[in-house]
Unconditional design. Structure first.
Lengths: 172, 359
């Protein structure tokens, strides 16, 4: 009988291997799903972060007059007119001019100012649906995307403020 | 046999082990991001509408439709919401009187309305009245259910308490006598619904003044504000009411708006009770009494009391301005957002309840 394995030992090894395989396979099958969820959550968070930067931030002082002539002098952009929730019509116009017609270098510059990952698309429309700003990548980037919609006001003093929708789409 | 049992034992334990392991490897993918976009959109929408004056413009125009339309345009089409503004006088107040139409007209004539309107702090408030003697036909859309006789309250305590519990508002504009408090049919409504109690003492004066009109935390402050904001009178006015040894001798206390002073004893002429809904008792007065001036013009003696009645009605309406009313969902969860705002001297709260109508 020497040299032969005990049936209990074989069973124990089989259960150990079975348990280990079960654990590894379960983790393995969950990982892509959780990673995908995590990535999408990051994209959502990023789109809201960028929308906050644009809505509440004023950007580098004077960027609206410098960006079309010398984009490298601008480190940061923001659309706030100074009052919370109010966007400056001058800044919206400058950003739209910077983005249209679409130029790859300008888009790369805009993207680098706003995010270090994925691509950004900015769309500002009034209540009638007319686009005041349309900044889109020259070609589609990434597989998954999320659009954060924010509602703000256009400062038209002394006229009553106008409600605008700011859509920030992040792809990754 | 021994080996077979051991193998069986090992197999059973491995099944238990695998089953229990699957419990620990369940992936919970709850994310607050499911609710965050809708919440952010709701907060942005309310702030933009407030900062863009759309909310206050709705008060001035008296029309909630543009505000509702703007909110609907901002919200995703798969959502549903209800919205209301509380704490400030609404542009329209609906009163249903449990009385005959001529009686309702008589009350209406006391309010000094131009058509249906009166002015309060540079904006207009409309009072719409309906009437029916049958309490079962009380208008469910009315902001206030008004009674003019204590006899109409007989055996109605349960109904009135239920109305208060549902957030509806009841008002009694009538003189009270001790017999009303000894009448077992009427007394429960007076004591439990309106919070009133009869008190003895020396004969009362017919003049009453505001209690705590300068305490911003108290109801008299609000009624005094509505009174001064909608008339040329001050909060120190002396108001005339019906009084006598056996009329309107109501114990004052928390909820007293107008008190009289007769010797050492105070009497209330106007008292409120606030639960989910509001109950208001307003002592009657001679609304027709007038004096002829030397130039021939006629002045109403109790014009100030008429204006006080109007101000009390504004508070009694519940100070609720409904923008969009929807039945709350019974199963799916909904989110609530409260936003503080102000129009002139009136602070208010915008409350939005939003839920996903479709998944």
């Amino acid at each position: 009988m020497k040299g032969m394995l005990d049936i209990e030992f074989i069973l124990a090894i089989a259960i150990f291997i079975g348990t280990s395989s079960f654990i590894l396979l379960t983790i393995n099958s969950r990982m892509p799903f959780l990673e995908e969820k995590s990535d999408f959550n990051n994209i959502m968070a990023e789109s809201y972060r960028i929308s906050d930067v644009l809505i509440y931030g004023s950007g580098t002082p004077g960027w609206e007059s410098a960006i079309n002539a010398n984009p490298d002098s601008v480190e940061r952009i923001g659309l706030s007119g100074g009052r919370r929730f109010y966007l400056s019509s001058e800044k919206l116009l400058s950003l739209n001019t910077f983005c249209n017609p679409p130029v790859a270098e300008n888009y790369v510059k805009l993207n680098s100012m706003l995010t270090s990952r994925g691509g950004v698309e900015i769309q500002v429309t009034d209540r009638a649906g007319s686009a005041l700003v349309s900044c889109q990548p020259p070609k589609a980037i990434g597989l998954s995307q999320y659009t954060a919609r924010r509602t703000v006001l256009l400062d038209k003093s002394p006229l009553p403020p106008e409600i605008l929708a700011v859509d920030v789409t992040v792809t990754g | 046999m021994k080996g077979f049992v051991r193998i069986l034992e090992a197999l059973i334990s491995s099944i238990i082990l695998f089953t229990s392991l699957s419990y620990f490897f369940t992936a919970y993918d709850y994310s607050f991001w499911n609710a965050a976009p809708l919440r952010t959109l709701m907060q942005d929408a309310v702030y933009s509408l407030y900062a863009g004056h759309a909310v206050n413009d709705s008060f001035y125009s008296g029309d909630p439709a543009p505000l509702k339309d703007a909110l609907e345009a901002m919200m995703p089409p798969t959502t549903d919401f209800s919205a209301e503004i509380t704490g400030a006088p609404p542009p329209e107040i609906k009163i249903h009187c449990v009385c005959a139409i001529p009686e309702a007209d008589a009350v209406r004539s006391r309010l000094g309305l131009a058509n249906t309107l009166f002015e309060y702090d540079r904006r207009t408030i409309s009072i719409i009245m309906s009437a029916d003697l049958d309490i079962n036909k009380a208008d469910k859309a009315a902001d206030i259910i008004l009674f003019l006789r204590t006899s109409d309250l007989a055996k109605q305590e349960q109904r009135l308490s239920a109305w208060l519990g549902q957030g509806r508002n009841v008002m009694l504009l009538a003189d009270l006598r001790q017999t009303d408090f000894t009448n077992s049919d009427v007394a429960p409504s007076l004591t439990n619904v309106f919070g009133l109690a009869w008190t003895g003492g020396s004969p009362g004066t017919s003049k009453g003044t505001f209690t705590q009109a300068d305490n911003v935390k108290k109801i008299p402050y609000k009624i005094a504000k509505y009174f001064t904001g909608s008339s040329a009178y001050s909060a120190f006015e002396d108001f005339g009411f019906n009084s006598g040894p056996s009329v309107n001798r109501i114990t004052p206390g928390e909820g007293s708006i107008i008190n009289s002073r007769a010797g050492a004893t105070d009497f209330s002429f106007v008292r409120v009770r606030e639960a989910t809904g509001r109950a208001l008792w307003f002592a009657d007065y001679d609304a027709a009494a007038s004096v002829t001036n030397p130039d021939g013009s006629v002045t109403l003696v109790n014009d100030d009391t008429n204006k006080l009645l109007r101000a009390a009605i504004v508070w009694e309406s519940g100070e609720k301005y409904v923008i969009a009313e929807r039945q709350l969902p019974s199963k799916q969860p909904y989110m609530r957002y409260d936003f503080p705002g102000a129009i002139d001297s009136d602070p208010y709260k915008i409350t939005i309840l939003i839920w996903k109508a479709f998944y």
